[in-house]
Design a protein around this ligand. Structure first.
Ligand SMILES: Nc1ncnc2c1ncn2[C@@H]1O[C@H](COP(=O)(O)OP(=O)(O)OP(=O)(O)O)[C@@H](O)[C@H]1O
Ligand SMILES: [Mg+2]
Length: 387
């Protein structure tokens, strides 16, 4: 086990394009770190530089206190864990796990001890004589991890190991990986472009965009305190709503009304002209399902719901609104950057399952305007981070 320190890591490919641009991340011993970002942002490149499959253009890669820039992959002692395609179909589970030890010509007794210990940890005892082709996806994943465990690797590295599984299995595997990682306490770096995986698996999450680290924080902090528009739009599903906003006299004016703001938020945003306000779908509610004394009349507005999606435990309602062309262009750019299609000039609100709101329906909605974020429309910076 070891720490992984990435110091000002840069990767330029032959054409000079910086695929990874000055990224610094410290992964603590035993930590589960997620690298997340849209396609092409440099996640795999960064992971491959940790393992040694890709040269580092500049910066230092330090693993367990040792600078490894010039070490070959086999001398770094890291385990890259893939799913099924990395298992040998003609070998039994036992031999698959034993494989790295056989390569190193370890004595039979040591091999047997290590394989059986890994198999106990991974709950694979009754499958040792079976072939990988006859196992479930989850069992195969455990075999792949077993092979990494017997090597006593310093860290586990995963590159989108679940991306080709169906949704249900992906959910199970996610839980499995999280459980094993905690149990084994092995430093882990896990690449994904799936923000649900990022939020549920990691101790901390590094969000990248075009080779540049945007924010490195716990899942909760990313969700509640995104530092910029990109992180705010990328983390969360359905995504945060972005709306044109101006703040005056302690109040915010949005396309569908004017609402009170906490003093500290107003102070940071007043007199700044047109801003982009961000608010998550769950910070709205249908007034008709709220207790009377919970409804503050200064925070309600009339809305026309055009589509409603019923999910059983909650429902999403879509409320279109008009915005100037300039704002619309900005929202479109944002959607493109975040690999998302859903940032249109419509609100997505998450309502209590008891709400009777229908598609093509007028409802009175409550907005928890204290929860608004405000972003500088040019730089994308969150002006109210920490408030
Ligand atoms: N061998 C290469 N030669 C030149 N450019 C490359 C090479 N490999 C990757 N790139 C470029 O580097 C950038 C980052 O690629 P990378 O594979 O790290 O992205 P990623 O974040 O893993 O994306 P994905 O989610 O699609 O796997 C991309 O713009 C890509 O085109
Ligand atoms: Mg990749």
């Amino acid at each position: 086990m070891a720490t992984i320190e990435m110091k000002n890591i840069v990767k330029k490919y032959g054409d000079g394009f910086p695929a990874v641009n000055d990224v610094s991340i410290d992964v603590a011993d035993g930590e589960f770190l997620i690298l997340v970002g849209p396609s092409g942002c440099g996640k795999s490149t960064l992971l491959r530089m940790i393992v040694g499959l890709e040269d580092i253009t500049s910066g230092d890669m330090v693993i367990g206190g040792e600078r490894v820039n010039d070490l070959a992959p086999r001398d770094r002692n890291l385990a890259m864990v893939f799913q099924n395609y990395a298992l040998y179909p003609h070998l039994t589970v036992y031999e698959n796990i034993a494989f790295p030890l056989r390569l190193k010509k370890r004595p039979e007794k040591e091999i047997d001890e290590k394989v059986r210990q890994a198999s106990r940890t991974l709950d694979l005892d009754e499958h040792l004589e079976r072939k990988p082709g006859n196992l479930s996806g989850g069992q195969r994943q455990r075999v792949a991890m077993g092979r990494a465990i017997v090597r006593d690797a310093k860290a586990f590295l995963f590159d989108e190991p679940l991306s080709n599984l169906d949704a249900k299995l992906r959910g199970q595997m996610r839980t499995e990986i999280a459980r094993l990682q905690k149990q084994l306490g092995i430093t882990t770096v896990y690449v994904t472009h799936d923000q649900t995986e990022a939020m549920t698996l990691g101790d901390r999450v590094a969000v990248m965009k075009r080779g540049v680290l945007q924010q490195l924080a716990s899942p909760r902090e990313l969700y509640e305190q995104p530092v910029n528009l990109f992180v705010a739009g990328f983390i969360g599903s359905p995504p945060m709503n972005f709306l044109p906003a101006t703040v005056e006299d302690g109040q915010v004016t949005l396309p569908f009304g004017t609402f009170p703001l906490p003093a500290d938020k107003a102070e940071r945003t007043e007199g700044k002209g047109l801003l982009l306000a961000g608010i998550r779908p769950e910070h709205f509610e249908d007034v008709s399902v709220m207790a009377d004394d919970a409804v503050d009349g200064t925070r309600t507005f009339q809305a026309h719901v055009d589509v409603r999606e019923w999910l059983g435990d909650q429902q999403y309602a879509y409320v279109p609104y008009d915005a100037e062309a300039q704002v619309q262009d900005q929202l479109r750019d944002l959607a493109r950057e975040a690999d998302s299609e859903s940032l249109r000039t419509q609100l997505v609100v998450s309502l209590d399952a008891a709400s009777g709101a229908q598609g093509d329906d007028d409802v009175t909605l409550f907005i928890d305007s204290d929860r608004l974020h405000f972003f500088d429309p040019k730089s994308g910076e969150n002006l109210t981070v920490g408030l």
